[in-house]
Design a binder for this molecule. Structure first.
Ligand SMILES: [Cu+2]
Length: 622
């Protein structure tokens, strides 16, 4: 399986090196070239761009975020080919929409105020007969501050109402299209740990389609670690890894959507890893290409000996990243937004396949020190996301190229121990026992609708006909592919030479759904304020679900029942290979110290969350 992914890696790599050859320092005069080319050879251009940073002043950051359609061009798999798109995105204050919302910078004690204005067009009308590829309210929205430890309720004593990190909007609620707005107010606790967080919509049922457009932006919480002189001196780059989905004529299943648009749930649900907009090898899992702040494979220019701090945020709605930088060590000092006193070192992971693993919603902060002059690639190494009846490995990808220039810089990493907020003190057995000592289990299990009563949701005659036509079309296509491969194989046998594409691999099949949603509030976990609890999340599926809980971070203690070096996070990859009989699991402790109110736990693979993999948590006063 692993070496089946090699061709695409090599192909990408070859293409990259071919492009790179013209970008790095080459003595002028070796080849004939135009003047512009000469200049670019001497000084490679940084094409990495960052969203605007808005910083709190005198304890307050007050911003208006506007959700609307953004008409632009985005690269697919090939960075040089841009496709016109019209996707949902954020603008702010008087600025139009962009590839991501602005980066909001605050510190403990500050107030972050966001007025969300929904300027997206009205929702499409309900069809007379249920269109299984369509979605209910793709343009109703709200806002979630992912990972922040803030009040999740509504400030009903304020006139007009103000909202905390409130995401349990009923199906008739939310911030409606065509001009509705809502005032959010987040009071950042004084001891809030410093690190990278982000915001995205979380209106139940439409979170995936909106986040898989371009609706997200970074939140940076500053603190003591940022004031260290070496840290302050290191240039900070914020990486929003995005994988916007949109219809394209080269994609097999457009579901009747116009090029450049994301309008039907089926576009992101039936093949959740996405569509690469390239011709993948038959044996590859097709993968939505990753952009960084709207740019495919940007160039980052550093000086040899320079230290930079990179903040990684995986805003993708499904796919994992496994980050590794050629020839360099990534020194990680926050997992999600939660800091550590020491660095966790990730050297070049190509040989072992081990990088910094980021499930959808995970973040990480690293320091890197640029080595010898040269060009290096920031990659995502292959990741196994499912194991069992069907093993699925996301192929590797090239995310950015790093050009290191000759220099005499000699910057250093801050020495350890790094300062860490007292908020992150470990939850000991004693603390757990004396604060209630309750344990509970949560089951993550996708149940296909074939397991439900079929009469509840019988498809219409037209739907049946359409579905069988689609199946027949794809069968014809697959059988053609198979014949071509067989012919090639014959030819290869005759000539005795191997030939590309002479082996047929059937397409990967993810379970499909007819989009029957579970409302968000069906199952409620009631918790008493002040308690400390221990939860085990069981994964009954072969796929590595990304488990995320709002408001209070998790102190991870066990994986598959075995103790691990404990750490804090707010989003965690559940191990692959679970079955209902033998589920995999993650165990953690949580403090419910500060806030009452309703919030949610869910799969950050947002398609699954929208389909019902979500529960409510209600913290009630003692
Ligand atoms: Cu969240």
């Amino acid at each position: 399986m692993a070496n089946k992914n090699l061709p695409i890696n090599r192909r990408h790599f070859l293409r990259m090196t071919a492009t790179l050859a013209s970008g790095i320092v080459v003595p002028v005069g070796i080849t004939a070239c135009s003047r512009e080319e000469e200049v670019s050879r001497v000084a490679p251009k940084q094409t990495f761009v960052q969203p605007t940073m808005l910083e709190a002043k005198n304890g307050l950051l007050d911003v208006t975020l506007t959700a609307s359609y953004f008409d632009t061009k985005l690269a697919g798999d090939d960075p040089s080919k841009k496709h016109p798109v019209s996707l949902r995105a954020y603008g702010y204050d008087n600025q139009g929409s962009s590839y991501s919302g602005p980066t909001l910078v605050v510190k403990g004690g500050d107030q972050l105020r966001i007025r969300l204005v929904n300027n997206m067009p009205v929702n499409p009308p309900f069809m007379a007969f249920r269109d299984p590829t369509n979605y209910m309210k793709p343009n109703t929205t709200n806002l979630h501050v992912h990972g922040l430890h803030v009040y999740p309720g509504i400030y009903s004593d304020r006139k007009p109402l103000e909202y905390g990190d409130y995401v349990v909007d009923p199906n008739i609620g939310g911030v409606l299209p065509n001009g509705d707005s809502r005032q959010y107010a987040y009071q950042i606790p004084k001891d809030h740990p410093e690190g990278p967080f982000y915001y995205h919509p979380q209106y139940h049922g439409s979170s995936a389609i909106q986040a898989a457009s371009l609706m997200s932006g970074a939140i940076m919480i500053r603190g003591l670690v940022d004031d260290l002189p070496e840290m302050a001196e290191a240039k900070e780059l914020i990486f929003l890894f995005q994988a916007p989905y949109f219809a394209h004529k080269e994609i097999d299943h457009n579901y009747g959507v116009k090029d450049g648009l994301l309008e039907k749930f089926a576009q992101i649900a039936n093949q959740p890893t996405g569509h690469g907009i390239h011709s993948p090898k038959e044996d590859d899992v097709d993968l939505q290409p990753v952009l960084i702040n709207g740019v495919r494979q940007p160039t980052i220019v550093l000086q040899s000996g320079e230290v930079q701090r990179w903040r990684f945020i995986n805003t993708q709605v499904f796919n994992y990243l496994n980050l590794s930088l050629d020839g360099h060590t990534l020194n990680q000092y926050t997992i999600d937004g939660w800091g550590s006193a020491t660095y966790q070192e990730y050297p070049d992971g190509r040989s072992k396949g081990k990088g910094i693993l980021l499930a959808a919603g995970n973040r990480s902060s690293v320091l890197i020190k640029a080595g010898e002059p040269g060009t290096y690639l920031l990659r995502s190494l292959p990741v196994k996301i499912a194991q069992g009846k069907q093993t699925v490995i996301l192929p590797g990808d090239i995310l950015a190229r790093i050009v290191v220039l000759e220099s005499k810089k000699a910057m250093t990493l801050p020495t350890t121990p790094l300062p860490v907020s007292s908020f992150l003190k470990p939850i000991t057995d004693q603390e757990f026992a004396s604060a209630g000592g309750k344990k509970r289990s949560i089951i993550f299990n996708m149940v296909g609708n074939d397991n439900l009563d079929p009469s509840r949701n019988a498809p219409s005659v037209i739907e049946k006909a359409m579905a069988s036509a689609t199946v027949i079309a794809s069968e014809i296509k697959e059988s053609a592919k198979k014949s071509i491969a067989m012919a090639k194989e014959e030819f290869s046998k005759m000539t005795g030479k191997p030939i590309e594409g002479s082996k047929y691999y059937p397409p990967f099949v993810f379970p499909t759904y007819d989009y029957q949603l579970q409302v968000a509030n069906v199952i409620i976990q009631n918790v008493i304020l002040g308690d400390v609890e221990e939860w085990t999340i069981f994964n009954c599926n072969s796929i590595a679900h990304s488990f995320h809980i709002h408001v209070n971070p998790m102190f991870i203690t066990k994986v598959n029942g075995i103790s691990v070096q404990p750490y804090w996070c707010d989003t965690v990859a559940l191990p692959v290979g679970g079955t209902p009989e033998a589920p995999t699991s993650v165990t953690f402790r949580m403090r419910f110290k500060d806030f009452v109110g309703p919030y949610i736990l869910h799969s950050q693979m947002l398609q699954y969350s929208d389909l019902g993999m979500v529960q409510r948590v209600t913290v009630v006063p003692a």
